[in-house]
Structures are given as structure tokens and as C-alpha cells.
Design a protein around this ligand. Structure first.
Ligand code: OSB
Ligand code: MG
Length: 384
């Protein structure tokens, strides 16, 4: 397939410097998944400067703790400064779709660190070309369906209340985080309260093993859209065995960290849906390749989230505007996460559960509130 970037005339990019900044952004409420909880998001932002003076922004989605994948904000900072950025700085970049190949051989792993640079270059290229990031990526939608991801709560009642509020607010998909002992009762309670048509799913973040297959098969009764990442991140074979036992589609998140893993999933039957997070797979180009592969195979994808600020959200919204993002993304509006976001305008959702893709603005389509970043910043380093 023709890389989408070939459809636009792009100026050559040559990065002079990249500023790494860490900001602390408190969530409105703690977000708990099976492997841990977060209340204060430590966020790594990249400001990329081209030799022309043009600027691009990106966000590294690595969390504080290595409980989702091995990466953390601190490993990403180190990898960016010492290994990834030196490969990009000063290099003539004619096509953002090829940037990820610079990093592949010399740096094994660390997809979130790599993705932050790759995605920032796409953003910069779109701005330079005067077109939206969505258009540069090959997006076809002007609005995107939104889902919400609800953390594990103290009780089924507390979860039911949040799920009811989310449904009334217009969300098109309601994802419930689950784990052993905090699953069937919670999800059945929500199903009962919301009715048979509510678009419900669960996400286990690898909390189960095949020994839990009977319990997971019970979830079939609850007519879920999908069960996200029930088993270990590295385990495609057992996901295939589990999928063979379930009526409910398995969606893989953590397991799909590159295009080849998506191909393996298709071949093995490890799942029927893919959650695409550009940070998890090393950037937009691998994310687009997974999107295309799944489209050819008749597998729907949707855009996941990592509790991004308005910058990472902008990148996700642009990606989710592509055709095979058939299911609602974890792209909640700014005020679901933060008292105040770091971009202008903030991200909003309409009453039908949709977010507008800012097609008429160059680049990611929102402006960074530098004063706010200054206020929230705890660390800064310029890499040249
Ligand atoms: O597994 O999708 C996940 C947040 C942090 C780490 C992992 C996940 C999540 C979410 C949040 O589900 C989705 C969002 O950003 O709203
Ligand atoms: Mg997930």
C-alpha cells in the first residue's frame, strides 16, 4: 500500500533540538486497573524543533510504573536522551512513515520512547505542510465515536453508578476494568442496571491465566462487546485456546506490540479485535500497518488510551479517524480526566458520544498552553 504520507507534499525535516519536559497532572479521581492504581499522572512531553524553527509536539505515554509493559516514564526519558533522539537529531527526514526504521535495529524494545519521537515528527510534518495530522495519516472521518474506561471501584454499586452516568452522558462504549474477584459480580450488576443493549466490555490487563477459563466463559452470559487482554502480554497461544472456548470476542491490547504480533494473532486465532495504541507499537507507521493488516483480514480495530493529556489525545483522535477504527475509542473528553487540560481548546464530546476531528487546523489541531505546562513542570532537559 502507498504510505499515506506520499499523498502529501512534505518539506524535509531535520531536527535541531528536542525539549523533554515532565509535568505532573492530577487525575480527578484515582484510576485502578488489575495491576495498580494511579492518581497523579507523570507525563513526558516532547517539543521537537526543526532547523526551520517549526515546532511539533508529542507525548510519551509510558506510565510511572512498569505495570502495563516494561517501560516507565523514567526508562523512556533515559532511552530518549541517550539512544533514540541521537538517531533522529540532525538526520534528513523526507518521510515520517520511515522514521521508525531508524530506531528498529540500533534500539531493541522501548516502543513508547520511540513512538514519542516518531509521532512528534508526523505532527511537525503536518504543521509544515499546513494540513491536519488526521489527513496526513490518511483519516477519513470528521468525528470519532467515544468510549469510557472505568477503573475498578470499591463495590459493584459504585461501578454501577459510574456506568449509569457514562451511559446517560452519551458514551458509545463502556469499558469496565476487571480482575480476579472483581469481575462477574461487578459486570453482571452493571449489565442488569444498564439493560441488554448497553455497549459493555471488560479489560483485565493480563490478570488471568488459563486456569480461570471457566470463570471467563461465564462472562459470555453478559453479552459483552469483547474481553480485552485477559492473559499475559506475551501469550498468544493461550489466548487462542481461550478464544476457542469463548463466544465473546477477545481483544488484544498489551500483546500486540508490533505488526508481526498482529499477524501472529490472526494466524493463531488469539483474538478477533485489536486495541491499537500508537505508543505501544512504536508510532503511527506501525499503527497504520496494523490498521491495514486488520482491515484486510476483516478484523475491527479501535484506538486505546493511556490516560493522555490533550496532546497525546490529539494524536489518538487523528489516528482514530482512519476507516477501520470501527469501534469507539478510549478517547474521553479532557474533563473526564483533568480539572484543566494543557491544550486549547480542550477536548470535548457531544451528547451523541462523538469527538470532532480538527480537520481545518494544521498539525494535531490544538494549541499547547505553555503557561500551564510551565506551572506543572517538574523537570526539563534540552537534547541537541
Ligand atoms: O489497558 O487500556 C488500558 C489506562 C492505562 C493503562 C492501560 C489502559 C488504560 C485505559 C485508559 O484503559 C483508557 C483512557 O485513556 O481513557
Ligand atoms: Mg487495555
Amino acid at each position: 500500500m502507498t504510505p499515506p504520507s506520499e499523498n502529501a507534499r512534505l518539506p524535509v525535516i531535520q531536527l535541531d533540538q528536542v525539549v523533554l519536559r515532565e509535568i505532573h497532572l492530577p487525575l480527578r479521581e484515582p484510576f485502578r486497573i488489575s495491576s495498580g492504581s494511579v492518581l497523579h499522572r507523570r507525563i513526558l512531553l516532547l517539543e521537537l524543533q526543526d532547523r526551520s524553527g517549526a515546532i511539533g509536539w508529542s507525548e510519551c505515554v509510558a506510565p510511572e510504573r512498569p505495570n502495563y509493559s516494561p517501560e516507565t516514564i523514567d526508562t523512556a526519558w533515559l532511552m530518549l536522551r541517550d539512544w533514540v533522539l541521537p538517531l533522529a537529531l540532525g538526520t534528513r527526514i523526507e518521510d515520517p512513515a520511515r522514521v521508525h526504521t531508524l530506531f528498529e535495529g540500533p534500539v531493541r524494545g522501548h516502543p513508547m520512547a520511540k513512538a514519542a519521537v516518531e509521532m512528534g515528527i508526523w505532527e511537525l510534518a503536518a504543521r509544515q505542510a499546513g494540513i491536519s495530522l488526521s489527513r496526513l495519516l490518511g483519516g477519513t472521518r470528521d468525528r470519532v465515536d467515544v468510549g469510557i474506561s472505568l477503573g475498578i471501584q470499591e463495590s459493584p454499586e459504585a461501578l454501577i453508578e459510574r456506568a449509569q452516568t457514562a451511559l446517560a452522558r452519551g458514551y458509545r462504549k463502556i469499558k469496565l476494568k476487571v480482575g480476579p474477584g472483581e469481575d462477574y459480580e461487578y459486570v453482571a450488576g452493571v449489565r442488569d442496571a444498564l439493560g441488554p443493549d448497553a455497549p459493555l466490555m471488560v479489560d483485565a490487563n493480563s490478570a488471568y491465566t488459563l486456569a480461570d477459563a471457566d470463570g471467563l466463559a461465564r462472562l459470555d452470559e453478559l453479552d459483552l462487546m469483547m474481553i480485552e487482554q485477559p492473559l499475559d502480554r506475551t501469550d498468544l497461544v493461550r489466548h487462542a485456546r481461550l478464544q476457542a472456548r469463548l463466544r465473546t470476542p477477545i481483544c488484544l491490547d498489551e500483546s500486540i506490540d508490533c505488526v508481526d504480533r498482529a499477524e501472529d494473532m490472526l494466524e493463531l486465532g488469539s483474538g478477533r479485535i485489536v486495541n491499537v495504541k500508537p505508543g505501544r507499537v512504536g508510532g503511527f507507521a506501525p499503527a497504520l500497518a496494523i490498521h491495514d493488516l486488520c482491515e484486510r483480514a476483516g478484523i475491527p480495530v479501535w484506538c486505546g488510551g493511556m490516560l493522555e493529556s490533550g496532546i497525546g489525545r490529539a494524536h489518538n483522535v487523528a489516528l482514530a479517524s482512519l476507516g477501520n477504527f470501527q469501534l469507539p475509542g478510549d478517547l474521553s473528553p479532557s474533563d473526564r480526566y483533568w480539572k484543566r487540560d494543557i491544550v486549547e481548546p480542550e477536548w470535548t464530546m457531544d451528547a451523541e458520544g462523538r469527538v470532532q476531528v480538527p480537520l481545518d487546523r494544521p498539525g494535531m489541531g490544538v494549541e499547547v498552553d505553555r503557561a500551564r505546562i510551565e506551572e506543572l513542570m517538574v523537570r526539563e532537559e534540552v537534547v541537541r
